[in-house]
Design a protein around this ligand. Structure first.
Ligand code: FAD
Length: 523
């Protein structure tokens, strides 16, 4: 290995960014080349598109991230024309369905809402920025508690955790009071109704600048810093293969999607952080095929509903003047409709659900002006209860050697099913959602279970663990059997998890990056 080790990072989402940051800050001689299949969509690499004030510009940034469903931008993104882009479901803006129904589409009838983002910053340019910590059985049992505390705090710093976001909102506080009256007595100490930690920087005018992948990259994208000089981000660069000898990787084969030329880029180590489906896909394409690859797929299922706040109950807790002051403050940033985020966290044994309770001035869907709840001055609540999926080897992606996807990589089929265990918890979560709704007001959209894949939090497909028979990565995120190949992302989470996983995945990435830095320094 040379004195100036080069690390290739595949994927420019928050996890690739965390590896790049920790490696460059730990190793003063190292270089990182980050490859991203998608285009840049913001001036500052990986910035949250939620920070874009102009609605047209925001819509353009989102559409350009939508890979095969990127409409008129498709050709400029190196995607073959002729790809059919209509699916049964509509993906959330900024993402594209994996099973979009056309030529080169993945096959996922049992996981139909699964989607991904293809752009600089990955899904980290589109996310909602909720960063709760895992708790109880959601935690990884092979990381000692004191080390975990350090890893998760480092991850919170990288993401600019803000636990007090909207805590000064009197409406938000009243919502917590009403929920606490309903649920408080059932919840253990420390796991009661609270504000949801989010990633971002509160601005002096009370609005938020939401954290994107740019936040994690930090100094790497600040001109003139030492680390910026050693960091290179190549967009529209699709990694097609990892070159290796079965125990060590030598580099990556990359296609420039502007010219369609392929080149070999040598590297001393490779980190694959290309999301929970496309990372295992790349490993498979490279002939790295441990049995658990792509299997043990989980997400957290989501039961959601929308409520109009009850004016009488709210006005007992919030004065007219306080409400007006809050509405005036909100009017400063009309492009960002969320006004407060509360939660009931996961706890065991009695509340194995993560409830996310978002307060906004407008409902998340158009409401007929004639509807009695239209124009409610107190606003609306959009709530979701996250329900866990217990890992099973039967659930997951199977890759094909015979069929290619729209990018020419091995196509895949997702098999997935809920069992009685999940059905029972979904029924229970629906009941609790009804109780939460009744405590706050009345439903304008009844509780319903979203289709499989809707959470966008896909886990387990490259699980980290201590047993190579049931995991793809070891406890430090090396792919088993490889010295210098690391994987990162939600796919590493092996537990049945109910909450937003990015913070956990960044913490796991920090552990892997520290270990890789030590190994590179030692060699
Ligand atoms: P990604 O961010 O998905 O990035 C992977 C990147 O790899 C992509 O840009 C992709 O184009 C690139 N890539 C793939 N294959 C290749 C290849 N072969 N060559 C080169 N590049 C490749 N999580 C939370 O914790 N809290 C939330 O509130 C939350 N809200 C969300 C809301 C939305 C609308 C979305 C879309 C996601 C949300 N998430 C949330 C999920 C969160 O964004 C992801 O957990 C996180 O971005 C995962 O980071 P990652 O780096 O592993 O992958």
């Amino acid at each position: 290995m040379s004195d100036t080790p080069t690390i290739a990072v595949v994927g420019s989402g928050p996890i690739g960014a965390a590896y790049a940051r920790v490696l460059l800050e730990s190793l003063p001689q190292a270089r990182v080349i980050m490859f991203e299949a998608g285009p840049p969509v913001t001036e500052r690499p990986g910035e949250s598109v939620r920070n874009i004030a102009d609605p047209d510009e925001k819509a353009r940034a989102r559409e350009r991230s939508q890979g095969p469903q990127a409409g008129e931008f498709r050709d400029s993104l190196g995607i073959p024309s002729g790809t059919i882009v209509e699916g049964m479901f509509t993906a959330r803006q900024g993402t594209h369905l994996l099973d979009f129904g056309g030529a080169g589409s993945a096959h996922a009838p049992s996981f139909p809402a699964a989607a991904a983002a293809t752009n600089v910053g990955g899904q980290g340019a589109h996310w909602t920025c909720a960063i709760p910590r895992p708790a109880f059985s959601e935690k990884l049992d092979f990381i000692p508690d004191d080390e975990w505390e350090d890893l998760i705090s480092t991850a919170e710093d990288l993401l600019h955790k803000q636990s007090a976001a909207f805590s000064d909102s009197p409406v938000g506080a009243a919502i917590r009071t009403l929920l606490d009256r309903e649920f408080g007595a059932e919840l253990p100490e420390g796991f009661g109704v609270s504000t949801l930690p989010v990633a971002g920087d509160p601005q002096p005018d009370g609005t938020m600048r939401w954290a994107g992948t740019d936040t994690v990259l930090g100094p790497l994208i600040e001109p003139g810093t030492d680390t910026a000089g050693r960091f290179e981000l190549r967009d529209l660069s699709l990694v097609r293969r990892i070159d290796h000898d079965g125990a060590r990787v030598r580099g990556v084969v990359v296609e420039d999607l502007r010219t369609h030329e392929e080149a070999f880029v040598p590297a001393d180590a490779v980190v694959v952080a290309a999301d929970a489906f496309r990372s295992p896909q790349l490993l498979w394409a490279s002939g790295i095929r441990p049995a658990p690859l792509g299997r043990y797929l989980t997400e957290h299922h989501v039961v959601i509903g929308t409520v109009v706040l009850d004016g009488e109950r709210m006005s007992e807790l919030v004065s007219d003047a306080e409400l007006q002051a809050e509405l005036d403050r909100r009017a400063l940033n009309p492009a960002d409709p969320v006004a407060a985020v509360n939660r009931i966290p996961f706890s065991e044994p009695d509340h194995p659900y993560s409830a996310q309770i978002m307060y906004a001035e407008t409902p998340p869907f158009p409401l007929d002006p004639a509807h009695p709840a239209a124009g409610n001055r107190w606003g609306y609540i959009n709530m979701g209860f996250g329900v866990r999926k217990f890992p099973r080897v039967e659930d997951g992606a199977t890759f094909s050697d015979d069929e290619l996807d729209y990018r020419g990589l091995p196509n895949f089929t997702i098999e997935y099913a809920l069992t009685e265990r999940e059905d029972a918890e979904i029924a229970e979560a629906t009941e609790r959602l009804r109780r939460a709704g009744a405590a706050l007001g009345s439903f304008i959209a009844e509780p319903r279970l979203l289709p499989n894949g809707s959470s966008l939090h896909f886990m387990g497909t490259m699980r980290a663990g201590t047993d190579p028979a049931t995991s793809v990565a070891d406890p430090y995120s090396h792919v088993w059997g490889f010295e210098n190949l690391f994987v990162g992302g939600n796919g590493l989470i092996p537990t049945a998890n109910t909450m937003n996983p990015t913070l956990t995945s960044v913490a796991i990435a920090v552990r892997g990056a520290r270990r890789l830095a030590e190994e590179l320094a030692a060699s």
